[in-house]
Design a binder for this molecule. Structure first.
Ligand code: TXA
Ligand code: MG
Length: 339
């Protein structure tokens, strides 16, 4: 299949709408990462997403809506808490999990009784959903297991020949996937940290939001993931990544002792001049939003430069930095050395 990469225009959006209504898959920009979209109501179309990504069948997809009138096409029994979160954070990088509707395709829910839904703020994502006229199921537009794409060129590298169309909307602003919160149980649970923080959710909900164990810990053998996506190795570059936790001075000493050909540093901006290995930067130490925006492209750059071993500086563990730490932990397959 020939893959077209088109700059955003009304024509390109119309073309995406036609393809989606025909049951095809189209890659679109969102404010978080690029998504691989198909109609949430068309099981055959959704199957094409799974095969283009090589995604395990038991990992459910997020449905994207353009306005609240589409909400009940995806979920039902929507509680007041969900409307409060929608009011505060939609359109934006927040996904809610609720009991699924009848209408949403079984393939989207991957056998669960729940469905996940978000209203993206990116104007191109909004326009494409409206052009398609239905909620769009869209996982990140990478091959399963590789870092999420934050530019149309990243999508092209993974999806060339597999899908008919990629819309280029420039680099994604947020850079990590949406915050995922489940409202389907007795208490809200944060399943995946993102740009919208646990503290922000608690402020709006006026109650505690639990943190799913899988956010910071590998699943124990046989343990069932609250969010199936958490159990897969994720976001991983080809290199072996190790997170070095501790002050910068200790990081420098460690890297000096362990630097060999093929070793790279994944460090904060401004640190590169004190290090003996080639460095890839992922934002300033005190700017977690910048780290989030840079992380996935930094992981892709490490692959492109042939890194074999990577020593990563450790982000903080609260606020937006929790999202950065969560993704980096998976890229490192949970290898952390305390200095
Ligand atoms: O920012 C985002 O959310 C991006 C853009 C494209 O919108 N999408 C995205 O989708 O990250 P994906 O499929 O890569 O991640 C969805 C995550 C997975 O970890 C999945 O297991 C979880 O959400 N998930 C989806 N539906 C769920 C459900 N009903 N119950 C529990 N977890 C669910
Ligand atoms: Mg993904």
């Amino acid at each position: 299949m020939k893959t077209q990469l088109l700059p955003t225009s009304q024509d390109a959006v119309d073309q995406a709408g036609v393809l989606l209504r025909q049951g095809e898959v189209v890659a679109i920009p969102t404010e978080t990462v690029y998504g691989l979209a198909a109609s949430s109501l068309n099981g055959e179309a959704v199957k094409k997403i799974f095969s283009a990504k090589g995604r395990p069948q038991d990992n459910p997809l997020i449905s994207h809506i353009a306005d609240l009138s589409m909400l009940e096409m995806v979920v039902r029994d929507v509680p007041q808490a969900a409307y409060r979160l929608a009011e505060a954070f939609w359109p934006g990088p927040l996904t809610m999990i609720l009991p699924r509707s009848e209408q949403v395709a079984d393939e989207v829910c991957a056998g669960l009784e729940t469905a996940s839904v978000r209203m993206p703020s990116h104007p191109v994502a909004q326009a494409v959903i409206r052009a398609a006229g239905v909620p769009l199921a869209a996982p990140s537009a990478n091959l399963s297991g590789s870092p999420s794409p934050t530019t149309a060129q990243d999508v092209f590298a993974d999806m060339n020949g597999k899908i008919p169309l990629i819309l280029d909307g420039g680099a994604c602003e947020v850079g990590v996937e949406s915050t995922v919160v489940s409202l389907a149980g007795p208490k809200p649970v944060l399943l995946r940290p993102g740009y919208i923080t646990k503290g922000q959710l608690e402020q709006v909900l006026e109650c505690e939001v639990l943190l799913a164990d899988a956010v910071l810990h590998p699943l124990k053998q046989g343990e069932k993931a609250a969010s199936p996506g958490m159990k897969y190795k994720h976001y991983a570059p080809k290199a072996e990544v190790t997170i070095l936790k501790g002050p910068f001075s200790a990081y420098v000493s460690y890297v000096e002792k362990h630097c060999e050909p093929g070793t790279f540093c994944l460090c904060f901006a401004g640190e590169e001049n004190s290090l003996p290995c080639p460095c890839v930067l992922y934002g300033h130490e005190k700017d977690p939003a910048e780290q989030a925006q840079r992380l996935f492209s930094a992981l892709r750059e490490l692959d492109a430069r042939g890194a074999e071993r990577v020593y990563a500086r450790c982000p903080e563990e609260g606020g937006i930095a929790l999202a950065v730490y969560n993704r980096l932990l998976r890229a490192a397959a949970f290898r952390v050395i305390e200095l």
